[in-house]
Design a binder for this molecule. Structure first.
Ligand code: 3PG
Length: 307
């Protein structure tokens, strides 16, 4: 009987945990639940004798991997796996997977929730603007970006996208206009929605020069990662340009400075909310449990992200 730990500092909805339990126990394995653990010490204790771990944004680094002597697989129930040290996992002979696409509609819907809030002046009673007819730039056309495009059509927006890896023809096939560079996307669009992962190449890449290309009244929406923003440069730019707005689902390190300096044109959720829906938790959590069972019982490595 394998021991499968769900280690979620930000817990799944109870109904998703129930679904995960059904998959795990239905396969004859044991589910261990560690929620809202706060301190890393509790995670280190919990991983000691488990075969598999399901996580969200929980950090799995070399120390955790050292402590998890029986560990064979970690599944990030979600898209971004920048919270897992892939090289250390490979060195420990641990398979790492994600569950791509399972929570992407939830994130895309939140991007629109934040967009509407920002263009309506954070509901302060003054006249804002509408999304209809505005140019929306989708920065990275993956699972979330595609859902953003689908919803933007309903709003009647003019949709553009840049993706370094997705062919222009695939973007065009969705009725979205591909652009050749991030610079072109930001220069073209009234609103840019970020959907890039945090990698060595993308960290700090959303900077003064790039966001500075946005037209008057530009709005930057971040439901991706805080690390991709060059916070010091964005602050400098927003100081110089009182027309720009920034809304984010990932609280910046400099949240207090943003909030103090840019009242009325800056907002951050207190805790990352993009994937916080029952549907996304059920989809990603159950997919993670099934992937673990497929790996442990049949050696299936689909969705493996470390080599
Ligand atoms: C993801 O990468 O899947 C999203 O950012 C959601 O992260 P979360 O599970 O920590 O909410």
């Amino acid at each position: 009987m394998a021991k499968i730990l769900v280690a979620t500092d930000k817990p799944f909805a109870a109904i998703a945990v129930k679904g995960i339990r059904e998959v795990v126990e239905g396969a004859g394995d044991e589910l261990i639940l560690l929620e809202k653990y706060g301190e890393k010490a509790k995670l280190l204790e919990a991983v000691k004798d488990v075969d598999a771990i399901i996580i969200r944004s929980d950090v799995i680094d070399a120390e955790v991997l050292d402590a998890a002597k029986q560990l064979k697989i970690v599944v990030r129930a979600g898209a971004g796996y920048d919270n897992v040290d892939l090289a250390a996992a490979t060195a420990h002979n641990v398979c790492v997977m994600n569950t791509p696409g399972q929570n992407s509609n939830a994130v895309a819907e939140l991007a629109f929730g934040m967009m509407v809030m920002a263009v309506r002046n954070f509901y302060n009673g003054t006249s804002g603007t509408e999304l209809k007819g505005k140019k929306l730039g989708i920065h990275a056309y993956g699972n979330v970006g595609r859902n953003v495009a689908r919803i933007a059509k309903g709003f009647g927006m003019e949709i553009y996208a840049f993706d370094a890896f997705c062919p222009a023809s695939a973007i065009e096939a969705d009725g979205v206009k591909p652009v050749a560079s991030p610079e072109e996307l930001y220069a073209t669009c009234d609103i840019v929605s970020l959907h890039i992962p945090a990698t060595a190449e993308t960290k700090n890449s959303i900077n003064y020069a790039l966001v500075g290309k946005m037209p008057k009244g530009g709005l930057l929406v971040n439901t991706a990662r805080k690390e991709v923003i060059n916070e010091a440069e964005l602050i400098k730019l927003m100081e110089e340009r009182a027309d720009l707005k920034y809304v984010t689902d990932i609280m910046p390190v400099a949240n207090e400075e943003f909030a103090a300096k840019f009242a009325g044109r800056y907002f951050s959720t207190p805790k990352k909310m993009g994937a916080q829906t029952a549907e996304a938790n059920i989809n990603a959590g159950i997919a993670a449990a099934k992937q673990i069972e497929g790996f442990l019982k049949e050696g299936c490595e689909k969705f493996r992200v470390n080599k």
